[in-house]
Design a binder for this molecule. Structure first.
Ligand code: BGP
Length: 479
């Protein structure tokens, strides 16, 4: 039987949140480069995700970094070797990172890739491999080349499948031998809540059909990517990933229970059901009917979905949520969704409700549902950290990690086939939801603030040593 000591422990970043260098090496502008930093109000997270054409036009006028934090990221573009050395010292088994589509294909529709982009990633793949870490690649983590948004309508357009296939072919031709695990898309269900981030859709009215058609195109692109990888990188394992919200009913009424089931299906499971089982689940028929959503799904699409299902399933998990038919409860923020407050849970500085047991529940549910190995590919605590004399004491993060690791251990005992755990934002990066640098997840501190001021020097937090020791001693901690 599998034990906790047998699973992989890792850390993750994403190109748009980490790299910066937004104009260097021939990179094209992408959707994240257009999201401004807005001082946080209660709805800042939502408003920075909904981009209008006016906001994009404004962003295009800004030549420099300005108040667009993704253009600077953590300046990973210029710190990559130092960061890989830090990850090696941390002792993680696996590094999850993503490729900027616009760095390889500045517009997105070119026939051939940008050679400087190839050189940049070639270096990363080889150095991570040399450092002895496995590679978990997210091929596309939110950022879509802006040209594809403005000239093709983002993923609403079937043409993007073709462009994505070209991108995928180049990735696997060049680095197939280094890739251990891969995801065609980060949190593929995000397109539903955050269409601009997820499928490159500029805000308009009445987008439901467009959103689901775009998601469908991403599902087909996922299947085609798996087909490509099977040929060019036969040893790599293909996955699908969703953001998990873990819905609890607010009360024991049958109505609240039904609401929890439905919310979980529509918000998170439907993408897993399609990509792991190879077809649209029956509950989506009613949802499409009742919401007047009409999709174009060809026979070839259905064949591809059926034939190229993923090898493993994976998810991000930060907090649990509440489902209720009553609309009057106190609301709180979470990853991608807003939820009714749970009086039994504490929350992070951003209102995300901390619930380690929810992680065990999600692991069990996902495994029961798919019977495929499960990878926790994102989890961690976004917090305000304070650096004094080069030291960062973050006992709250250590506590968060410890509590969640205990629940992973329980889930493994429950019989869930867990492949590994990947800590989100292992090096501080710009927040995807609220565009802040000061919402920090890392065990490595990056000296920069929300306005991009700072030295961008790296410092180890207390949690660095804690995670390092945990990985080194994992045999003793559990089992
Ligand atoms: C997920 C994304 C990440 C990420 C994380 C934390 O949705 O895949 O890119 O950043 O959530 O969210 P945030 O950065 O908003 O705190």
């Amino acid at each position: 039987m599998k034990k906790t000591k047998d699973i992989l422990w890792g850390g993750a970043t994403a190109s748009s949140q980490y790299e910066g260098g937004y104009k260097e090496g021939g990179k094209g502008l992408d959707t994240q480069d257009c999201r401004p930093y807005l001082k946080r109000t209660s709805d800042a997270t939502t408003s920075t995700r909904l981009l209008t054409q006016d906001i994009i036009d404004e962003a295009k006028k800004c030549e420099g970094i300005g108040h667009y934090p993704f253009r600077q990221g953590s300046d990973g573009y210029h710190h990559i070797d130092e960061d890989i050395a830090l990850l090696k010292e941390l002792g993680i088994d696996i590094y999850r990172f993503s490729i900027s589509w616009a760095r390889l294909y500045p517009q997105g529709d070119e026939e051939t890739p940008n050679e400087e982009g190839i050189k940049f990633y070639d270096h990363i793949f080889k150095e991570v491999h040399k450092a002895g870490m496995k590679i978990f690649l997210t091929m596309n983590h939110y950022a879509v080349p802006l040209y594809l948004v403005e000239h093709y309508g983002g993923w609403t357009n079937r043409k993007l499948i073709e462009f994505y296939e070209r991108f995928a072919t180049v990735v696997f031709e060049n680095w197939g031998e280094y890739i251990d695990y891969f995801l065609p898309f980060n949190e593929i269900n995000a397109g539903y809540f955050s269409p601009y981030n997820g499928v490159g859709l500029v805000k308009e009215k009445d987008q439901q059909t467009l959103v689901f058609q775009s998601l469908h195109h991403q599902f087909v692109a996922s299947a085609k990517t798996i087909k490509i990888a099977k040929k060019l990188s036969p040893k790599s394992q293909s996955g699908c990933m969703v953001a998990c919200f873990c819905y609890y009913p607010l009360t024991s009424t049958p109505e609240d229970n039904l609401k929890a089931v439905r919310d979980e299906e529509i918000h998170q499971w439907f993408a897993v059901d399609i990509l792991a089982n190879g077809h649209y689940p029956s509950y989506m028929d009613r949802f499409f009917r009742e919401n007047d959503i009409h999709l174009t799904i060809t026979e070839e699409d259905s064949e591809l979905l059926k034939k190229y299902t993923c090898d493993f399933v994976s998810f991000s998990y930060y907090s649990s949520s509440i489902a209720t038919c009553k609309e009057d409860g106190q609301q709180t923020a979470g990853n991608l969704v807003v939820s009714t407050k749970n009086p039994h849970l504490k929350a992070s500085d951003w209102g995300w409700q901390i619930d380690p047991v929810g992680l065990r529940i999600m692991l069990n549910k996902m495994y029961d549902r798919t019977q495929k190995p499960v990878f926790i590919c994102e989890n961690g605590l976004g917090a305000h950290d304070i650096m004094e004399d080069g030291l960062i004491h973050d006992p709250y993060r250590i506590d968060y990690l410890e509590q969640h690791f205990k629940q992973i251990d329980e889930a493994i005992d429950d019989g869930v086939d867990v492949i590994g755990y990947i800590m989100w934002g292992v090096i501080d990066i710009v927040s995807a939801g609220s565009c802040e640098m000061e919402k920090r997840y890392g065990v490595v501190y990056v000296d920069a603030n929300n306005l991009g001021q700072g030295t961008y020097k790296r410092y180890k937090k207390d949690s660095f040593k804690w995670y390092h020791d945990f990985i080194e001693n994992k045999h003793k901690q559990f089992n």
